[in-house]
Ligand binder design. Structure first.
Ligand code: BGC
Length: 469
């Protein structure tokens, strides 16, 4: 899925010439290793769903304590996302990724061997720090090393890695469900972290960051490796393009509030919040718990049903990647949000109607599948894609980082309140509440989100200035 819209102000030299003479295998290996960040993000957030069933039983956790165990990761992620921009600028992308891998390993080990709940929560907070940084550095690194023509496809690889990581964690949960070994569920997360840590040794530094540090020669070497057919003149032009973009990139938070940029900022923050308050992670983190509420009595059966949810999530992310440049972002958002609204209301009904009680298991399973498929073709990938597209280059990093923090904070809020809402409002009203938020999202998309498919940056910016007029 090659995005025809490039967020660069000027077409870089690398895009103007020799587009076909790329070192494609090498680029995919580099982007694939970069996307391991997404895999870890997915694995370490998804794994809690199955592990929670056994931790809850072993430590006799109340709903509030379960929410804290689930949300530890998110507290870390909010902090990680907030410092990720700073770290990656100071240390460079490679060293930041290396630090992320080490953080993952430490956090996973603390959680795996935790003797008590506070230790477990501490381990999960450390893992969360890694996730917060990974969620920002993954797309950032890939977008900086990818040739512009295939950048859209490569950045979307990151969402595919997130959903694959979630699925992998569900499979591991299923594998260990019979003996209830939640320590193994957490512990296996160390493998992708070690692969990332070793892989990063072979990753090139981002040419963009190298130029920023005045290391033009090294940048030239990396660019040459990615696109061997570039001539000396092409390379010089590319470096010049990067320098040019850096000149306008020196910004501070106040620049984000400039009248022409503010609507994009508000859109990014709103979409970040909507992506979460429509309930996705109540399903990703609590699916087996929901299946148990719906009458699946054995932990193994509900974890198996959850694997189905994970497969659908990956499959429909592939569908989204295929459709997003064909149908456009908005159409996918309309279809997906409609499916989410419908399934959330049906899910609520299944728990509300006395007549539905016998079928609540089946209706729950079908509704969750429809919900996940709808999310995976819409809000899942498109939120991350849009925040990489709508900001002018000058404020892109800052804008992305603000939206990422908002996303994790909203995620935290939903995960901290879900079980409590179920206890106090009841299951039906809780899902209907998310359904109402999904209706709000649809209205917001209708009036506030631009179609970026096939548009140039200038056209997208014109959308904002027309709105401001
Ligand atoms: C969201 C995550 C979610 C995942 C599910 C991502 O786009 O940001 O919060 O867990 O999708 O596939």
């Amino acid at each position: 899925m090659a995005s025809s819209y490039s967020p660069n102000i000027r077409q870089p030299a690398i895009q103007r010439s020799h587009a076909r003479a790329r070192n494609t295998g090498y680029i995919y290996v580099v982007a694939g290793l970069g996307a391991l960040n997404g895999l870890l993000f997915g694995y370490d957030t998804g794994v809690i769903s199955g592990a929670l069933l056994f931790i809850r039983a072993q430590f006799h956790l109340t709903p509030a304590a379960q929410e804290i165990v689930t949300s530890g990761v998110l507290i870390g992620a909010v902090i990680g996302a907030a410092i990720s921009g700073l770290l990656s600028d100071r240390w460079g992308r490679r060293r930041t990724i290396m630090a992320t891998a080490i953080t993952f390993v430490v956090g996973v080990l603390v959680a795996t061997f935790a003797p008590t709940i506070p230790w477990l929560v501490a381990g999960r907070i450390i893992v969360g720090l890694g996730i917060g940084v990974a969620s920002m550095i993954g797309p950032l690194y890939i977008s900086e090393v990818a040739p512009p023509k295939i950048r859209g496809a490569l950045v979307s690889l990151n969402q595919l890695a997130i959903t694959s990581g979630i699925l992998l964690s569900y499979l591991v949960n299923f594998g260990f469900a019979a003996n209830g070994s939640w320590r193994w569920m957490f512990g296996l997360g160390v493998i992708p972290a070690v692969i990332l840590g070793i892989g990063v040794i072979f990753l090139p530094e981002s040419p963009r960051w190298l130029v920023k540090r005045g290391r033009q020669n090294e940048a030239r070497g990396v660019l040459h490796h990615i696109e061997p057919a570039l001539t000396k003149a092409d390379l010089a032009l590319t470096i010049q393009d990067i320098q040019q973009s850096l000149r306008v990139e020196r910004t501070n938070l106040r620049d984000l509030l400039a009248p022409l940029i503010r609507p994009a900022l508000i859109m990014g923050i709103n979409l970040a919040i909507f992506q979460q308050i429509t309930g996705i992670n109540t399903i990703i983190y609590y699916a087996p718990t929901i299946f148990q509420l719906a009458g699946f009595h054995s932990a193994t059966a509900s974890i198996l049903a959850t694997v189905g949810v994970g497969v659908v999530n990956v499959a429909f992310t592939v569908v989204a990647i295929w459709l997003v440049d064909r149908a456009g972002r908005l159409k996918l958002l309309y279809w997906g949000l409609s499916g989410m609204i419908l399934s959330l209301f049906v899910l609520g009904l299944a728990f509300a109607l006395p007549g539905a009680r016998h079928h609540v298991g089946t209706i729950t399973a079908i509704s969750l599948i429809v919900y996940i498929a709808s999310f995976a073709v819409s809000l899942g990938p498109i939120f991350w894609l849009l925040i990489a597209e709508v900001y002018p280059l000058t404020v892109r990093g800052m804008g992305m980082s603000v939206a990422t923090v908002a996303n994790w904070a909203a995620n935290l809020l939903v995960s901290l309140t879900f079980l409590t809402l179920i206890v106090h409002l009841g299951t039906s009203l809780t899902f209907w509440l998310y359904g109402l938020f999904a209706i709000g999202t649809l209205i917001f998309v209708r009036f506030r989100v631009p179609e970026t498919k096939g548009r140039t940056l200038e056209q997208v910016q014109r959308f904002w200035s027309d709105k401001a007029a």
